[in-house]
Design a binder for this molecule. Structure first.
Ligand code: FBP
Length: 348
């Protein structure tokens, strides 16, 4: 890789495509359009306190949540930046109940884009980091035709690119096209994403856990034991761990990617499928974290191997430093065995 001092995102993508003989440059153009949308959203987020974009629209989205003005702005910006380039067959967004077809006046392409236009939106008004999450597949329906729901319901391991943009103290776009995970910081002085974090590797073991402990009462008994275990003192295993939870998945995952850590949004007795969405939150993050040497499961099964049934389906997720994710899986499995023995003993 040449001198990276002025490695722009555009150049990095084109250099990456050279590793794919037969690449047409379409993916580079698609990612370029996506980065343009990120720049526009970043500008609006940065001045959110000044313009009338804070607060609610008064409408509710497909999840029954109140929609924020910035959510709609981010959704519309993504659609407008990406619907006319001729690279996409179809899109799907957290803010749209159904798949988003490419307007018939534009050429359809061979890629499929799923995105969460503004993740962590409950934090917007408090000026806490929020983000955009994206996931790209190759279409499975015939070329030249409008894309279909089947194009959007592919298992995560079929992603060809995934990433996120975090709008925080600076705006950083992190992506992987399967060759490592790289971060680009937006230089607002000339509006370019420049390589700032090359080939990010997540530490195998960490000292940070991220989970909404307010839900403790409703958790799986094995998870309760695991969190108590992390809070005990033991120098050899570097416990107690530190608890860090921002409540914006993008911001929590970004921190854990750089420092190491385990992020968990489990199923619980109130939310049997957890809260986070498989297609445009968990799959792209799992693709990134695995590409950085980490692990991502639903407590048992690899997130990327889950076969999606619908666009907005939810899944429990345990993601981050490999050894930590394996450990929480062991705690929960042990509890289930104990539970089974208990039930069988009661029967006998
Ligand atoms: P949105 O995409 O609707 O913002 O929801 C997702 C999210 O905000 C995640 O970013 C975050 O990890 C989680 O919900 C926080 O949920 P909770 O407030 O229940 O801990």
């Amino acid at each position: 890789m040449p001198n990276t001092q002025f490695m722009t995102l555009a150049r990095h993508i084109i250099e990456g495509e050279r590793m794919h003989p037969g690449a047409t440059g379409e993916l580079s153009k698609l990612l370029h359009d996506l980065s343009l949308a990120a720049k526009i959203i970043s500008l609006e987020v940065n001045k959110a306190g000044l313009v009338d974009i804070i607060g609610f629209t008064g409408n509710h989205n497909v999840h029954g949540e109140q929609v924020k003005k910035l959510d709609v702005f981010a959704h519309d910006t993504m659609i407008q930046a990406l619907d006319h380039g001729g690279h996409l067959a179809v899109m799907a967004s957290e803010e749209s109940e159904d798949i988003v077809p490419i307007p018939t006046r534009f050429k359809v392409g061979k890629y499929v884009l799923l995105f969460d236009p503004l993740d962590g939106s409950s934090n917007i008004d408090a000026n806490i980091s929020i983000g955009t999450i994206f996931s790209i597949y190759r279409r499975v329906s015939p070329d030249g035709q409008p894309g279909t729901i089947e194009d959007c319901l592919q298992p995560g391991y079929k992603q060809i690119v995934a990433g996120y943009v975090v709008y925080g103290s600076s705006t950083i776009l992190v992506y992987s096209a399967g060759h490592g995970v790289h971060g680009f910081t937006l230089d607002p002085s000339f509006g370019e994403f420049l390589l700032s974090h090359q080939d990010i590797r997540i530490p195998k073991k960490s000292k940070i856990y991220s989970i909404n402990e307010g839900n403790y009462l409703y958790w799986h008994p094995g998870l309760k034991k695991y969190i108590k275990y992390l809070q005990e003192e033991d120098k050899a295993s570097e416990r107690p761990y530190s608890s860090r939870y921002i409540g914006s998945m993008v911001a929590d995952i970004h921190r854990n990617l750089l420092y190491g850590g385990i992020f968990m949004y489990p199923a619980d007795s109130r939310h049997p499928k957890g809260k986070l969405r498989l297609m445009y939150e968990c799959n792209p993050m799992a693709f990134l974290i695995e590409a950085a040497g980490g692990r991502a499961t639903d407590g048992k099964k690899r997130i990327l191997e889950l076969q999606p049934q619908e666009i907005h389906e939810r899944t429990p997720i345990f993601i981050g430093s490999e050894e930590d994710v394996k450990q929480v899986e062991e705690f929960m499995a042990r509890e289930e065995v104990a539970e089974e023995v208990l039930v069988n003993n009661k029967k006998s």
